[in-house]
Design a protein around this ligand. Structure first.
Ligand SMILES: Cc1cc2nc3c(=O)[nH]c(=O)nc-3n(C[C@H](O)[C@H](O)[C@H](O)COP(=O)(O)OP(=O)(O)OC[C@H]3O[C@@H](n4cnc5c(N)ncnc54)[C@H](O)[C@@H]3O)c2cc1C
Ligand SMILES: NC(=O)c1ccc[n+]([C@@H]2O[C@H](COP(=O)([O-])OP(=O)(O)OC[C@H]3O[C@@H](n4cnc5c(N)ncnc54)[C@H](O)[C@@H]3O)[C@@H](O)[C@H]2O)c1
Length: 477
């Protein structure tokens, strides 16, 4: 006979864990099914936490973060092994497993290990390793099965020489030459990490800039830093026409005919939704061509009692948003009148070297939409804290409307960007104008203080606009 729960969650990544905890907190009986032996999904096991830990390790061991202080030759360790590189990653991942286990136990969530699929809209069957299948019935389902790296058939993935962002964590040695295909977030982050370790990295992107979703000045700053500080060769506006492997050597042929050789190729050009094994055709839940589940603004799928959150619904596909989407979904599923919508102001952090973070509307997007905006910028070069920590290339940028000086966007490039961005995020949430940054007092010496100088710069740019239009009017009359 099938067991029955108020809620059945499939997947224990950020969306599954937080959705389960949300419903359980409000007294619902919850069962969580996870096919992997450990919880946490891509965020803990293959994506966010491993890559961010490796970044810290690479920055520490290479001494890159301190080179602004002690010179370009500064190094903590010269022969970095894969063991050095991976040691801390394992420790952090294991600590994250414990945190998730404790959270689910505290909320009395029933855990089942196995791969779930639907047999009808209210019943899933769980295939378990060397154990009998188990049937679960529930009033509400949360699909939180995440995404996986896209594997185009023409790329000869072998998990050793041609790898995706999951396999890269199992490399047995640090490559000497690495080709990264894809200048999106994953490609740029791993190019930074391996570049910091001293690996000869070539980063290939089919688009004309890295991280096309960012303002051009931000992605240009990243390209310049990758090239200048880490010797990464950035190839833009170029497609890959073939990847071949012979012995221990990979060759990547570019659309312009060039052939590049390397001992490792990391392919990271997009992800697709983990929906195909769920047998959603037994439920009426609709997906798109890339396997992402269609949901409305409450994260309800095309079948009323089945919700979906996190990477399985596609954009923005971040751990940060996955958790919130799942909480919102559960509030609607059980009418909890608690958190009925996502926050409107979503920060976005990219853990490249340098770190980049944005919030709200970018300058380029605002101008493309015909919104009259001005910007204000301040460099870490003239910021005392920037000088102290040796980050003189970083900067902050505010985007605001010309008419009423309403701050609609902000970005930060440099040390601490992903933390600093929460300052303008709060300002945008509370509809602050530029005057907030003019009036606020910031600790000294801090990088946050740069926002005040960005606001001053914004005022000066506004003033120059007024002067220019007065001069133009004077010329006409
Ligand atoms: C390299 C990399 C770096 C990243 N860095 C960041 C970052 O810095 N910041 C950020 O916010 N986001 C980052 N992300 C994105 C983030 O990891 C994902 O957005 C997040 O993990 C999505 O959470 P989720 O719960 O939707 O899915 P996942 O974390 O993918 O979890 C889904 C779970 O469902 C399980 N599952 C799938 N199918 C079944 C089934 N049929 N039965 C049972 N279980 C099943 C899987 O085993 C998995 O454990 C990164 C991703 C990658 C790949
Ligand atoms: N810091 C973070 O928040 C973070 C970090 C990593 C991943 N993620 C998540 O993972 C998702 C997937 O990231 P991604 O980098 O794999 O994909 P992406 O879609 O962000 O970027 C893919 C890039 O590869 C390029 N490309 C595609 N095919 C190519 C080819 N044949 N040759 C050369 N270039 C090619 C595309 O033009 C694009 O610029 C992100 O959208 C994000 O949601 C987030």
């Amino acid at each position: 006979m099938a067991e029955h729960y108020d809620l059945c969650v499939i997947g224990s990544g950020p969306a599954g864990e937080k959705g389960a905890a949300q419903a359980a907190y409000f007294g619902k009986s919850v069962c969580l099914i996870e096919r992997a032996p450990k919880p946490g999904g891509a965020a803990v096991n293959t994506g966010t936490i491993p890559s961010k830990t490796l970044r810290e390790t690479a920055l520490y061991l290479s001494g890159l973060r301190q080179r602004g202080l002690y010179g370009v030759d500064y190094r903590v360790k010269s022969d970095i092994t894969i063991g050095d590189f991976m040691h801390r990653e394992r420790a952090v991942v294991e600590a994250a497993w414990e945190t998730i286990d404790a959270n689910l136990d505290r909320h009395k969530v029933t855990r089942i290990q196995g791969a779930a699929h639907f047999v009808d809209p209210y019943t899933v069957e769980v295939a378990r390793y060397q154990q009998p299948q188990r049937r679960i019935r529930a009033d509400v389902f949360l699909l939180a099965t995440g995404s996986r790296p896209a594997h185009p058939p023409e790329i000869p993935f072998d998990g050793r020489i041609v790898v995706d962002s999951d396999d890269v964590l199992s490399l047995t040695q640090i490559p000497q030459r690495l080709i990264v295909i894809g200048g999106g977030v994953i490609g740029c982050e791993y190019a930074s990490i391996f570049g910091a370790l001293g690996v000869r990295v070539t980063l290939i992107n089919s688009r004309e800039r890295l991280l096309m979703q960012l303002d051009a000045d931000l992605s240009d700053a990243l390209r310049v830093e990758l090239t200048r500080r880490m010797g990464v060769q950035v190839v833009l506006d170029t497609n890959v026409s073939a990847v071949t492997v012979e012995g221990d050597l990979a060759t990547v042929t570019l659309s312009d005919g060039r052939a590049l050789a390397a001992d490792c190729v990391l392919y990271c050009a997009g992800r697709e939704g983990n929906s195909e094994g769920l047998q959603l055709d037994n439920t009426g839940v609709k997906t798109n061509a890339r396997g992402f589940v269609q949901v409305d603004s409450t994260f309800r799928s095309t079948t009323a009692h089945i919700f979906a959150a996190g990477d399985i619904v596609g954009f923005p596909a971040l751990a940060s948003t996955a958790m919130e989407q799942a909480r919102v979904a559960m509030c609607h599923a059980f009418d909890l009148k608690y958190k009925m919508q996502m926050g409107a102001v979503l920060p976005y952090g990219v853990w490249t070297v340098p770190e980049i973070a944005t919030v709200g509307m970018g300058e380029d997007e605002a101008r493309a939409k015909g919104i009259a905006v001005e910007i204000g910028k301040a460099s870490f070069r003239t910021n005392p804290r920037g000088l102290i920590i040796g980050d003189t290339e970083g900067f902050v940028k505010l985007v605001f409307t010309v008419d009423d000086r309403l701050v609609i966007g902000a970005s930060v490039v440099g040390e601490g960007a992903c933390e600093l961005i929460h300052v303008p995020a709060a300002a945008i949430h509370f509809n602050a104008t530029l005057d907030y940054f003019i009036d606020a007092v910031f600790n000294y010496p801090t990088l946050s203080d740069a926002f005040k100088y960005a606001a001053y710069d914004g005022l000066q740019r506004l003033q120059r606009r007024v002067s220019r239009s007065m001069e133009a009017r004077a010329r006409v009359t």
